[in-house]
Every structure is written in structure tokens, then in C-alpha cells.
Design a protein around this ligand. Structure first.
Ligand SMILES: [Zn+2]
Length: 409
């Protein structure tokens, strides 16, 4: 193998030491002390490798190994280094360490190339502190707006802008926007966060599509009443249509096929007492699919369901869309390159889709992008016991190295 497992392990272990909750998983929220420590470590590694460091107007950190022709678009590899609260050591870091290890390999082997290699460290991907997410890659694609810096607050009431300024970054959204055509390819390695690869005994997943996301907030407004004295034929029980909705959404998602999923994940019941008929129920709806038309079909079925529930139950139903993100396809050309390389390297791979969002989702708007998954033990992530074997991680890095060598000229 060309990549060095000990070095990969050392980077992952060192990065997980910059942690606000030692012994309880890794917690490293954006623009905090732990963030700064991790960032210093990454910069230090970049310098040791001999990369030129660049920071953009949003605090994205880049390490560049210039190609012979600096005018050519760059080949970029990286991921995020922030975590959720009590998360694991691999989510994000695995992709960042991929970039560092590939840069080390190119330097050590004295490999000359036409295009510049850029290792990128995104920061605020999880969005835990400010409740937004993928904001660093959104800044690069020009999707981030000035208002968001001032209107987004953490739980202590500190605005995103203030937090960034305190950290030492003066946000300049114009300067953070990537020039069109300046990235030839973006590679992200990420842990799968699901059980599919291990279940199929595969070593690597080559992602074809990152699913689209359609979210709703639905409120059922009935009337509370005494559970003992209100007859069954004289009730406006808000839980009944809500419960029926959850069951029916499950059926609609199964019927839609193509791996579509639909989930009612949150339910708020008022007054939530054992002797009172529920007067108000609020639920969240999360629908995901790889094809826009499948999402639209599910949405239509959902509307029909709501109409029938309104007829059946004496309860007012209010539906509000809270988020829509279209499905994003990865670059077919790079996927094909990676499939061929996996076969050459004897790495067992499968083509799959991503049910979770990643920085790659934004980067695909501005560059041909690919996303490679490595196995997650028990499908676990965002958890202290999140684990990927270093041998598996190294195979994923090896595959991306082959892709980089193919494209870097
Ligand atoms: Zn992640």
C-alpha cells in the first residue's frame, strides 16, 4: 500500500485529543478553543508536509502543493473537522486526513504534476453550535448570505459573525466565493454512517447521488377534554390523525420505491397528560430520495393523505414546508475512474447513495465532485463508539489517491 496506516492513525488520534468532552466522545464545535487547537495542528501538519497555507474569507483552511502550471484548476481533497456533541473520531476527520496523507505521498515520492493539489479543512459542517450547517462549503459556493451571519445565534446569544470575529476571522463572503472553473475535481472521503458496506462485506462505497431532502412541520389542532367524561363520539382528538399520518407516511415511502424514506421523528403532544384528550399535536416529517420526481410523488401522496384526514377527523391540520434540498449527483466521470481504480487495486466496492448531507453536496455545485464511503462499525456515527478500522480507512485513501493521480496531470 502506498499510504501509511500509522501516520493516518496518528493524525486521527491527535485530532480527537482536541476535545471539550474527554472520555465522552469528541466534542469540537465551530469557533471554540478546541476548534482553534485542531486548526493549529492541521496547519502545523500542512507546514511540515511543505504545503502553502491559505485561508479564505470564511476561515476555510487550504494547504496547497502547486502544480507546474498554476493557472490550471486545482484538484481538491478534504472534509470537515468540527464534530457534533459527544461524537466520534472519524466523522469529517477521515476525509481531512485523506487530504494530508495524499499530499505527503506526492511530496515524498517526488511526484510532479501539472495541476495544483489543495487539501481543504472545512469547519462548521455539523452546524451544532449555530443550527445551520455545511456553512463553510456554502460560503465557498456563494450560498451564504450576510444576513445569516447576523441572524444566526448560538445558545448563549452570540451571533455567528461575532463568534467568527472573536475567533479572529473577519468574514468576507465575496472573498470566500470560489472562482468559477477553478476546481477541476473535489474528492471527499467520509465514513458511511450506516450498516450497508459491512453488511455486504464491501470495503468502499462509491457514492452516485446524495439524496434530496423534503421536510415539513405539521400541526393538528383539535380540542383538549377530560379523558373520562368526554364521550367517544364527541371528541376532537388531535393525536388520531397524527398517528394515522405516521403510519400512512411509512406506507407511502415504501410504495414510492427507489430506496425512498419517510420519517416522523418528532412529536409534541399537548397537554400531554394521561387523563386529557390531546388537543394539539405537532410532528416533523423528513422525506428523502435520490430522484426529484420520487420526492414530488411522495409529496403529492402526502397531500392526498392530509385531505382525507381532514375529512375523517374534526381536527384542523396545518402543513408548513421547512426545508427543501434537491438530490445531488456526483460526477459520473470521476465515479467511473474510481470504479476502474478499485478493480485495479482489488478493493471490494459497491455503488451506493448517501442518505446524509455532506460538504460534497455543496461542492458539487461548483466542481465535478466525488464522495467515497468507508465502513462504519455497527453503522454507528455521531456517537462516542463511532469506529472505522484503520485498514479500511487506508483502502479508501488509497482509492482516492489513485483518482487524484489520474486527474492531477
Ligand atoms: Zn461528516
Amino acid at each position: 500500500m502506498r499510504v501509511n496506516i500509522q501516520r493516518i492513525q496518528r493524525d486521527i488520534e491527535n485530532l480527537s485529543s482536541f476535545n471539550a468532552t474527554p472520555g465522552k466522545g469528541v466534542t469540537r464545535l465551530a469557533f471554540t478553543k478546541e476548534d482553534r487547537e485542531a486548526r493549529e495542528y492541521i496547519k502545523n501538519q500542512m507546514e511540515k508536509i511543505g504545503l502553502e497555507i491559505y485561508e479564505d474569507g470564511y476561515g476555510n483552511l487550504f494547504g496547497r502543493k502547486y502544480g507546474k502550471d498554476r493557472e490550471l484548476p486545482s484538484v481538491m481533497v478534504g472534509s470537515h473537522y468540527d464534530t457534533v456533541i459527544n461524537g466520534g473520531p472519524f466523522d469529517g476527520m477521515a476525509g481531512l486526513v485523506t487530504g494530508l496523507e495524499i499530499a505527503r505521498y506526492l511530496v515524498e515520492e517526488g511526484i510532479e504534476h501539472e495541476n495544483t493539489l489543495e487539501v481543504v479543512a472545512f469547519n462548521d459542517e455539523e452546524g451544532v453550535r449555530f443550527g445551520n450547517g455545511i456553512s463553510n462549503s456554502r460560503a465557498m459556493t456563494g450560498d451564504m448570505k450576510e444576513e445569516e451571519l447576523d441572524n444566526t445565534f448560538d445558545k448563549n446569544g452570540i451571533s455567528l459573525r461575532k463568534a467568527m470575529e472573536d475567533y479572529g476571522i473577519k468574514p468576507d463572503l465575496e472573498a470566500a466565493k470560489v472562482k468559477e472553473g477553478s476546481i477541476k475535481a473535489f474528492f471527499e472521503l467520509h465514513i458511511e454512517q450506516g450498516p450497508v458496506l459491512i453488511g455486504n462485506n464491501n470495503e468502499v462505497g462509491i457514492v452516485q447521488t446524495i439524496v434530496g431532502l423534503d421536510r415539513y412541520d405539521i400541526r393538528f389542532i383539535g380540542k383538549a377534554g377530560h379523558a373520562g367524561t368526554t364521550p367517544m363520539n364527541n371528541r376532537k382528538d388531535a393525536l388520531l390523525p397524527a398517528a394515522e399520518f405516521a403510519l400512512e407516511l411509512n406506507r407511502i415511502a415504501i410504495d414510492a420505491g427507489y430506496g425512498a424514506v419517510g420519517t416522523v421523528g418528532e412529536m409534541k403532544i399537548l397537554p400531554n397528560a394521561s387523563n386529557v384528550i390531546p388537543g394539539y399535536v405537532q410532528i416533523s416529517v423528513d422525506i428523502r430520495a435520490t430522484k426529484e420526481e420520487v420526492i414530488n410523488n411522495i409529496h403529492q401522496e402526502m397531500n392526498k393523505l392530509i385531505d382525507s384526514l381532514k375529512e375523517k377527523h374534526p381536527v384542523e391540520i396545518q402543513v408548513r414546508k421547512t426545508l427543501y434540498i434537491s438530490p445531488v449527483n456526483m460526477s459520473e466521470e470521476i465515479c467511473t475512474i474510481l470504479e476502474n481504480k478499485a478493480e485495479e487495486l482489488g478493493i471490494k466496492y459497491e455503488k451506493m447513495n448517501s442518505g446524509a448531507g455532506h460538504d460534497a453536496m455543496m461542492m458539487a455545485r461548483i466542481a465535478p465532485t466525488s464522495l467515497v464511503f468507508v465502513p462504519s462499525k455497527d453503522g454507528l456515527s455521531h456517537h462516542p463508539e463511532e469506529w472505522t478500522d484503520y485498514e479500511d480507512l487506508a483502502k479508501g485513501i488509497e482509492l482516492i489517491l489513485s483518482g487524484v493521480l489520474e486527474l492531477i496531470g
